[in-house]
Design a protein around this ligand. Structure first.
Ligand SMILES: Cc1cc2ncn([C@H]3O[C@H](COP(=O)(O)O)[C@@H](O)[C@H]3O)c2cc1C
Ligand SMILES: O=C(O)c1cccnc1
Length: 354
C-alpha cells in the first residue's frame, strides 16, 4: 500500500537466475577435490556465482555499514544500558577502538558509520556519515515510532549510500547496527511479520536478567496490543528503529545493484526480513553470517529459510558476525575462480613446480 513512497530504483531488484545452478555445481564438482568436499562453502560459491552471472564473482573490496539510531522506548528500561551508550559507542567506532573496528581489520573490510537517528547532536567528523532522520524514534509503546515518510526516507538514504559505494567498486556489503533498545524493536518486528508468539521473539538483548526479560516482554505486549500492522512499511513505521530501517535499505541497495549483502545477527535479520517482504527477490542476495544467541533469531532464520555459516555464541551486533563471514565469501569466490580442474591436474596440465 505504501510501497510507492519508495524510489523504484531500490525496489527494482533483478531476480537471480537459478537455471545456472546446475552448471555452477558441475564446475565445482570438476575441481581438484572430491565432489561436495568443501561442504557449505560450495553452496556459498554457487550463491555468489548466481549473483554475478555471467561474470566471475569478485570478493575483494568489502565494507561494513553500521547504522546507529536511538529508540523511544529505551526510556521504558527495555535494555540494561541507558540510551547514551549508543552515542558513546559511535564515538568509539570513530576512534577506531570498538569490536567492529578490530574485526573489520581482521577481515580486511572498510568501515562506514552512519548516524540514522542518534539522540544527540553529533559534532561533524570526517568519518561520520550524517543521515540523521530525527533524534531517536518516538516511543512505540504509545504511538508509531516514525511516520511512513520517515521510514521511506531512512530506507532510501541507506540504499543510496550503498548503491553509490558499489558504483565506486565495492564487491561485498555487510550490515550492522548500534542502538540501545533495538532488540525490543526487532522483537516487535519479528512478531508482526511472522505472527510468532511474543515469548519466542523477546530475548536478553545486551544482557537482561530473567526479571528484565519479563519486563521487556510486558512492554512488547503493550506495543503489540496498541497496533497490529502487517504490511512491511507499516510494521517498520509502528515499531521502527532508524537503524533497522536503514539496514533494510542497505539490503535493497545491495540487491538492486546485484551485490551480496552479509546479514549480521538478530537485529540485522529483522531488517532483512523487512527488505525481503518489500521485495522478495532481495532474498537471494542475502548471506546470513551467524546464529545469534538472541532468542528471536531462530524465528527470523526460519521465516527466511536461512542457515547461517557460523555458530560462535555471538550476541553483540555491531556487524561483528557479518565481518567474520567476509573471509568465507572471499574463500568461496576463490574456489569458483581459481581452484584447478581435476582433469587438468590428472593430465599434468598444471605448469611446472614452483
Ligand atoms: C557497550 C555496548 C556495545 C554494543 N554494541 C552492540 N550492542 C548491541 O546491544 C544493543 C541491543 O541490546 P538492547 O536491546 O538490550 O539494548 C544494540 O546496540 C546492539 O548493537 C551493544 C550494547 C552495549 C551495551
Ligand atoms: O544478534 C544480535 O544482533 C544482537 C543480540 C543481542 C544484542 N545485540 C545484538
Amino acid at each position: 500500500m505504501h510501497a510507492p513512497l519508495l524510489d523504484p530504483r531500490i525496489i527494482a531488484v533483478p531476480a537471480v537466475d537459478h537455471s545456472h545452478e546446475p552448471e555452477l555445481r558441475a564446475r565445482l564438482d570438476g575441481k581438484a577435490k572430491p565432489p561436495g568436499s568443501l561442504g557449505r562453502l560450495e553452496d556459498l560459491a554457487v550463491q555468489l556465482g548466481l549473483i554475478w552471472h555471467p561474470a566471475p564473482p569478485r570478493a575483494e573490496r568489502a565494507a561494513v555499514f553500521i547504522f546507529a539510531g536511538d529508540h523511544g522506548f529505551a526510556a521504558d528500561r527495555v535494555s540494561p544500558y541507558p540510551a547514551s551508550v549508543t552515542r558513546a559507542m559511535v564515538e568509539a567506532y570513530l576512534a577506531d577502538c570498538a569490536g567492529v573496528n578490530v574485526l573489520a581489520k581482521a577481515a580486511a573490510t572498510e568501515v562506514r558509520i552512519v548516524d540514522g537517528g542518534i539522540d544527540a547532536e553529533m559534532p561533524p567528523h570526517p568519518r561520520l556519515i550524517d543521515r540523521k532522520i530525527r533524534r531517536g524514534t518516538r516511543n512505540a509503546r504509545h504511538e508509531p515510532a516514525m511516520t511512513h515518510q520517515e521510514a521511506a526516507q531512512a530506507i532510501t538514504a541507506a540504499a543510496e549510500l550503498v548503491r553509490e559505494d558499489i558504483a565506486g567498486g565495492l564487491d561485498i556489503v555487510a550490515i550492522g547496527e548500534m542502538g540501545i533498545g533495538n532488540t525490543t524493536s526487532a522483537a516487535l518486528i519479528t512478531h508482526a511479520l511472522t505472527s510468532s508468539p511474543i515469548v519466542d521473539c523477546v530475548g536478553r538483548g545486551a544482557g537482561m536478567d530473567d526479571a528484565g526479560v519479563a519486563h521487556k516482554r510486558a512492554i512488547v505486549e503493550q506495543a503489540a496490543a496498541r497496533a497490529q500492522p502487517t504490511a512491511p512499511l507499516d510494521v517498520l513505521a509502528e515499531f521502527g528503529g532508524f537503524d533497522i530501517a536503514m539496514m533494510a535499505g542497505a539490503v535493497l541497495g545491495a540487491a538492486s545493484s546485484r551485490r551480496p549483502v552479509v546479514i549480521d545477527g538478530f537485529i540485522a535479520s529483522a531488517a532483512a526480513l523487512l527488505a525481503v517482504r518489500l521485495q522478495p527477490a532481495a532474498r537471494d542476495y542475502c548471506v546470513f553470517s551467524h546464529r545469534s544467541a538472541e532468542r528471536g533469531h531462530r524465528v527470523l532464520l526460519d521465516a527466511m529459510q536461512a542457515s547461517p555459516y557460523l555458530d560462535l555464541g555471538l550476541r553483540l551486533g555491531e556487524g561483528t558476525g557479518a565481518l567474520m563471514t567476509v573471509p568465507l565469501l572471499r574463500a568461496a569466490a576463490g574456489i569458483l575462480n581459481d581452484l584447478a580442474a581435476l582433469s587438468d591436474v590428472l593430465a599434468g596440465r598444471i605448469g611446472p613446480y614452483a
